[in-house]
Design a protein around this ligand. Structure first.
Ligand code: BGC
Length: 715
């Protein structure tokens, strides 16, 4: 490894030899769709990085042009969206977050990079850590859910996993935290929509996960499409200079989202592309992704004296520095002959199966219908997910091949106990207007048990795929009714990219599993859970609304002056409270919820003290006992509430969690330490403060249940 002074000298001496056009070329990212002559532009040093390149042969071809035919031979960065796997596809990030297992996520990130780096990726636009509380927004599938604490844990895990991978030649890739900032708060859940939020909410709830990635050493940051309080994020000096550079000390490079600089014109924030380029460079955006603003206008802006060349130099040094750090100057090419053996290895597929099984949430299990017995069964697999392949992969399957995915029907064939029979009946399509009631009824009537495989097509979630209706698409609600009418025990299998409004489904089934879109091994993972080979332990990271009108529904809301469950003297009657006339305030399933085939009892909550000083720590612990008949794992969650503060606080805030595995009858003590940072909040100047006063604390299985204790913060 070359030392830092060596790196600085290397990059500076390269910069000294660059023309202005070559410098600006480094600030341009494009792919083969470019309207200008692509190869000629690479040869002229007019492009510094490429986007969405899957073919290793092509990558080497373009890299050769850059390295061997351009004047200075500067290698290209190859940026790809390796969001939940490269060729081996893992569950969508929303599902992975539900494992609450940062080690597993780190391992998946590393494994994804093993495949991606072998195929030429040197930069991945992961992790996406936008707090997502609106299931209408299709990109909730890519996120870690609604909570700042959990998203911050995931942000660190993804960043560490991606950036710790190195192949035998030292080749590696940079991570890119996105979409900075607050993209997940898009008004009315419509993608790309405006965000208007207080600085307090931004700093307390939305910024922490990006910051966590920065603290974990993420090398790059992507700006978001949305405007924030009137200023588009891609030209937002508050976000890019004040917060990111000055407050967080970020030294890496900043890239726009896809043509987000050009979109400043559509925002009505810039008159034309040239002004868009000016505003973005002055705000601090180093690379124009897939746009024409920098390539067409940056040079003129420098010549006209509107952009100091020093600003361009600083951006270029960051870009060259990243290429240096990634070892691209020493190893620009990939070994095409090694690619094949790197992809879809048995070890990667095993990891995909483990991840898929561990991200399945058990939402209901009446009468312990699950796990299924290992005796011959007559099973009807009914529903449009029965024979789906693509929709098991999920919305950002990058280089996954649908023919490498086993369907649920295929997996059941070799997982059902010997002597079983399997009837397969899709019944309707995932989103169409077709429904074969007779076939559904016939299939159900022949079976002892129905597996109801329903959900969303993968294309209903992800970018630009928002929904105003959150029920089961197409005629699936009728299918559910028809199956329920059969009177047979029904196990629902809900494959989805977002929380859905499914109270009727929940009432219609005896058991319900949520496998989301689980990747290559989703079908086998469902079988693992159905037959108890894996005992489910995942917990929801987003609340499930009962109906669209509740959205956004999230656990860490404020109390309001008229909460429905208020204590003490109240001057208003039952009616005039913060609630709905026609629906409860409670979600269908709360954040943190998930069952197990084991049964866990929480007892004996203990606080190390009834009072804590502002600079002190407090230990909170509880006993957890597995009172069930099988071994299982439980994710115990710690929440706090500050009862009265200078600024109103959420009714609950997650501050920690632990996963424990217990044999039947076994107990353990789970202990958490609350630090001053956990007890602090931001004062009126947004500085951390700890106020004396009364606090509550809970340890429990989800955000609604748990054992409660109280303590005081004393001066
Ligand atoms: C998305 C980003 C993605 C980029 C590059 C954009 O449309 O918003 O998440 O990284 O495209 O593919």
């Amino acid at each position: 490894m070359k030392s830092n002074p060596e790196k600085n000298n290397y990059c500076q001496s390269l910069l000294d030899r660059m023309t202005l056009e070559e410098k600006i070329g480094q600030m341009v990212q494009f792919n083969e769709n470019w309207k200008l002559d692509f190869e000629k532009t690479i040869r002229a040093g007019g492009v510094g990085s490429l986007l969405t390149m899957r073919d290793p042969h092509n990558i080497n071809k373009f890299q050769r042009i850059a390295v061997e035919e351009s004047r200075l031979g500067i290698p290209l960065l190859i940026g790809n969206d390796v969001i939940h796997g490269y060729r081996t596809t893992f569950p969508i990030p929303l599902a992975l977050a539900g494992t609450w297992d940062t080690q597993l996520v780190e391992e998946i990130a590393r494994e994804s990079m093993r495949e991606a780096v072998a195929c030429g990726t040197t930069w991945t636009f992961t992790p996406m850590v936008d707090i997502s509380r609106d299931p209408r927004w299709g990109r909730i599938a890519e996120s870690g859910g609604e909570d700042p604490y959990l998203n911050s844990q995931m942000a660190r895990a993804w960043t560490r996993g991606i950036q710790s991978y190195h192949d035998a030649n030292g080749r590696c890739a940079a991570a890119c935290v996105k979409h900075y900032a607050a993209y997940g708060a898009a008004e009315s859940g419509k993608d790309y929509n405006s965000v208007d939020m207080s600085e307090r909410r931004l700093r307390e709830e939305y910024l922490p996960p990006y910051r966590a990635a920065v603290e974990a050493g993420v090398k790059t940051v992507m700006t978001s499409f949305n405007d924030l309080n009137g200023t588009p994020a891609t030209a937002n000096k508050f976000l890019l200079q004040q917060v990111l550079r000055r407050e967080w000390g970020f030294e890496g490079l900043v890239i726009s989202d896809f043509d987000a600089i050009g979109e400043l014109v559509h925002h009505g924030f810039a008159r034309d592309l040239k002004e868009a380029a000016l505003r973005s460079i002055l705000a601090g955006v180093d690379i124009d992704m897939m746009g024409y603003a920098y390539p067409l206008h940056l040079a003129d802006l420098v010549h006209e004296g509107k952009v100091p060349e020093a600003l361009i130099d600083a951006s270029v040094l960051r870009i060259l520095g990243l290429k240096y750090d990634l070892g691209l100057f020493d190893h620009p090419y990939i070994d095409e002959s090694a690619v094949h053996d790197t992809l879809l290895t048995p070890a990667a597929l095993d990891l995909a199966e483990k991840a898929a099984a561990e991200s399945i949430v058990l939402l209901k299990n009446e009468g312990d219908l699950l796990p299924l017995p290992h005796t011959p069964l007559k099973v009807a697999l009914i529903g449009p997910m029965a024979e789906e392949r693509a929709s098991l992969l999920g919305c950002w399957y990058f280089n996954g091949h649908t023919d490498e995915v086993e369907t649920l029907a295929e997996a059941l064939e070799h997982n059902l106990p010997a002597g079983s029979t399997l009837i397969v009946e899709p019944g309707c399509s995932l989103g169409g207007n077709d429904l074969d009631l007779a076939a559904i009824t016939a299939a159900a009537s022949q079976a002892d048990l129905v597996l109801l495989a329903i959900g969303e097509h993968f294309s209903l979630s992800g970018e630009a795929h928002s929904r105003a209706h959150l029920d089961l698409p197409g005629r699936q609600p009728e299918l559910v009714r028809a199956v329920a009418a059969s009177g047979k025990p029904v196990v629902g299998l809900l494959f989805t990219g977002r929380p859905l409004t499914i109270p009727e489904l929940v009432d219609s089934v005896s058991a319900l599993l949520l496998p989301y879109h689980g990747g290559n091994r989703a079908a086998q993972a469902v079988c693992d859970v159905l037959f108890g080979v894996v005992n489910p332990a995942a917990k929801l990271t987003t609340s499930f609304p009962r109906c669209e009108g509740q959205v956004p529904v999230y656990y860490a809301h404020k109390s309001t002056g008229r909460p429905i469950d208020s204590e003490g003297i109240i001057q208003f009657d039952e009616v005039n409270r913060s609630n709905y006339l026609d629906e409860t305030n409670d979600p269908l399933f709360p954040f943190g919820f998930g069952l197990s085939y084991a049964k866990f009892e929480y007892s004996d909550l203990n606080l190390s003290s009834a009072a804590v000083k502002p600079d002190g720590t407090l230990t909170v612990s509880t006993q957890i006992t597995n009172t069930g008949k099988v071994a299982g794992s439980e994710i115990a969650q710690l929440y706090i509430r500050d009862l009265a503060a200078l600024v109103t606080r959420p009714v609950k805030q997650l501050k920690g969690y632990r996963k424990v595995t217990l044999q039947p009858g076994e107990s353990c003590r789970v202990e958490f330490t609350l630090s001053p940072a956990d007890l602090s909040f931001l004062d009126e100047e947004f500085q951390p403060i700890i106020e004396p006063g009364s606090m509550r604390v809970w340890i429990g299985p989800n955000s609604q249940e748990g054992l409660m204790g109280s303590f005081e913060i004393v001066a």
